[in-house]
Ligand binder design. Sequence first.
Ligand code: AMP
Ligand code: FE
Ligand code: FE
Ligand code: ZN
Length: 289
Amino acid sequence: MAETGNELTKHINQSNNPRADLHLHTTYSDGALSPEKIVQRAQSAGLTIISITDHDNVGALDEAIEAGKKLGVEIVPGVELSVTLNEKDIHLLAYFFDYKNQKLQDYLAFFRYERLKRAERIVQKLNDIHISLDMDAVLNQAGIGSVGRPHIASALLEEGLIDTYHEAFMKYIGVGAPAYEKKYQLSPNEATQLIAQAGGLTFLAHPGKYTTELELSTLIQAGVDGIEVVHPSHNEARQEFYRGVIHQYFLLECGGSDYHGGRKNDDQVLGVYTVPLQVVEDMRTRLFS
Ligand code: AMP
Ligand code: FE
Ligand code: FE
Ligand code: ZN
């Protein structure tokens, strides 16, 4: 049945309703698939435009653009950044920036270095509570990608130190858990300015997961250009709510699957959480006209 559903979605997408997915992860962060594989999957799902939005990393873009040229999929340069607001970790998505911009590249390298040091602190905290995880096991999971808690969770699982992936967050590395460590603290203003100086647009990612209305208004004041409306964590009512905010503040919309390739339920999201191509056109209009 699932097969048939996917085939149908793909057919509809390709025929008269071309779609974009602007939130995808590869092995350059915590995704399981290479840029080339992601582009292939996207094409099979009937997507016409995609953005690769790895955490603190634009390393996938050259490979993805290359693959996209062969397969007829347009790749919008993207990245997912983390900022801190009221002690909370908030994700921002950025698009259409110059990904060769030196200042941006330097900052991303710095954020990745900070992620590495933080992973070491988390491993130390785990060891302190007698969970004998080795940093090498984490680095094995991360490979070439920006190191994150998902790699630590996978390493714990692989080493048989937990029974399920989610247990890692609940028992050890989630907010408030004994081995939790903060990331580098970047303010929303700093992030929007970093992206703006590289010629791009910044969006608040999946606000439904954690963002209060007060925080939403603070982020709008900090210069975000739009809000991610379509996301697996948003139901219809949420989407309508954010569309209302967008309309009120003359913001832009973005959306996508947050596909990480290989995680549970992942294969049901590709080609399903999409936006019309007009969403991408509206971004171009705001930037280039
Ligand atoms: P990091 O950027 O290293 O702090 O890792 C954040 C990522 O960890 C998020 O994007 C999620 O993919 C994952 N994550 C965070 N909290 C949880 C949780 N409670 N259960 C499962 N995954 C989580
Ligand atoms: Fe992720
Ligand atoms: Fe995110
Ligand atoms: Zn993401």
